[in-house]
Design a protein around this ligand. Structure first.
Ligand code: PLP
Length: 394
């Protein structure tokens, strides 16, 4: 048999490599504390689990699900957008439930990217924007996110001949991995840019509810004209600790939503229906757990930032997202620093370069580490000594 080029050409998914290294250490009996994975450690709220237990008992939910999503789920998503962002969505045409947002993020490329088309993709970024583009036969064109540009893409830097072939612009705020946030003024510029160049904007916003110090992130859909040019991917994963249940959504431009719905109706049969009911319960129910979880993440953020500063790692505490984007000490690159922490302190972080070339010089630490591990990890980090400082590299 011969594997297709589109698969052969894929680099191993970043976390696979890291997890392999960690697994080898653990197999040798070493305890590795991992700040590397962004996956909420706190359980799904009990009232949401209760809804699963109830609906799982109903045989109606044992059969093929309502594949485009239960009408009640569409309405719950639209109502949530109205309450949270004062954005009015037509539940039937501007809302599409997804089997986790990753699924839709990967699949949207097949709706808008023909072979050799370009998608503008931030660098560093969640890997699926570029990989979806490549799987569809397109080419990612990377827009560096750097401290100098406040981790915003410089849209004006994209040359005319690139724009000619560009079909899609990916953006993501609050940002993974940099933790950067934006105001509506940035989204307004994005709308203008997309209108001028006839580009679909795909905004990925799973961290809009994970925010600290009273900060409230905005939605791309709040920008004037956003639904003329774009869609927003969102997810219940990070808001309600539901990564394991696989439920998310796309909202916005009806034409784009219809294209994605058409593709999906030919590939999948929807979200298991009991999980759709969990989603409705999460969106319509008490939001108290969201604030409680954010308080926990905020406390962890402060503890981690304090220790990092102590060992010579510069950080700007993030206002939102689950990540600390930390500048490695002088004399290190991302991979070397990650390797030294793993070898010398048995602490795992993610090298910034795993998210793109412009991630060089950074590592990412996740706030989704259980408190017991956090305390251990922080004590190892505080005890870690930068030996390279004594032996400067030639
Ligand atoms: C976690 C994450 C997602 C995926 O969320 P799911 O809904 O669980 O698939 C999408 N985008 C970014 C940037 C993420 O960090």
């Amino acid at each position: 048999m011969k594997i297709a080029r589109r698969i052969e050409e894929l680099k191993p998914y970043l976390f696979v490599e890291i997890n392999k290294k960690i697994a080898e250490k653990r197999a040798r009996g070493e305890e590795v504390i991992s700040f590397a994975i962004g996956d909420p450690d706190i359980p799904t709220p009990p009232h949401v689990i209760k809804k699963l237990c109830e609906t799982a008992l109903d045989p109606v939910n044992h059969r093929y699900p309502e594949s485009e999503g239960l009408p009640e789920l569409h309405v719950a998503i639209a109502d949530w957008y109205k309450r949270r962002f004062d954005v009015t969505l037509d539940p039937a045409t501007e809302v599409l439930p997804l089997i986790g947002s990753k699924e839709g993020i990967g699949h949207i490329a097949f709706c808008f990217i023909d072979p050799n088309d370009i998608a503008l993709v931030p660098d560093p970024a969640y890997p699926v924007y570029a990989i979806g583009t490549q799987l569809a036969g397109g080419r990612p064109y990377y827009l560096p996110l750097t401290a100098e540009n406040n981790f915003l893409p410089d849209l004006n830097s994209v040359k005319e001949f690139i724009l000619k072939s560009t079909k899609v612009l990916w953006i993501n705020y609050p940002n993974n991995p940099t933790g950067a946030v934006v105001g509506l003024d940035f989204f307004d510029q994005v709308v203008e840019f997309a209108k001028k160049n006839n580009i679909l904007v795909c905004h990925d916003g799973p961290y809009s509810e994970v925010a600290f110090d009273g900060y409230q992130p905005v939605s791309f859909m709040q920008a004037g004209g956003a639904r003329d040019v774009g869609i927003e991917f969102h997810s219940l994963s990070k808001t309600y600790n539901m990564t394991g249940w696989r439920i998310g959504m796309a909202v916005g431009n009806a034409e784009a939503i219809k294209a994605l719905r058409t593709l999906k109706s030919n590939l999948d049969s929807g979200i298991p229906q009991a999980i759709q009911y969990m989603g409705i319960a999460a969106l319509n129910g008490s939001q108290d757990a969201v604030a409680e979880h954010n308080a926990i993440y905020q406390r962890r953020r402060d503890l981690i930032c304090e220790v990092l500063e102590k060992i010579g790692v510069k950080v700007t505490p993030p206002k939102a997202s689950l990540y600390i984007w930390a500048k490695v000490p002088d004399g290190y690159n991302s991979i070397e620093f990650t390797a030294d922490l793993l070898d010398q302190a048995n602490v795992a972080v993610t090298p910034g370069t795993g998210y793109g070339a412009s991630g060089e010089g950074y590592v990412r630490l996740s706030l989704t580490i259980p408190d017991v591990s956090l305390v251990k990890g922080l004590s190892r980090l505080s005890g870690w000594r930068n030996t390279r400082r004594l032996t400067p590299k030639k």
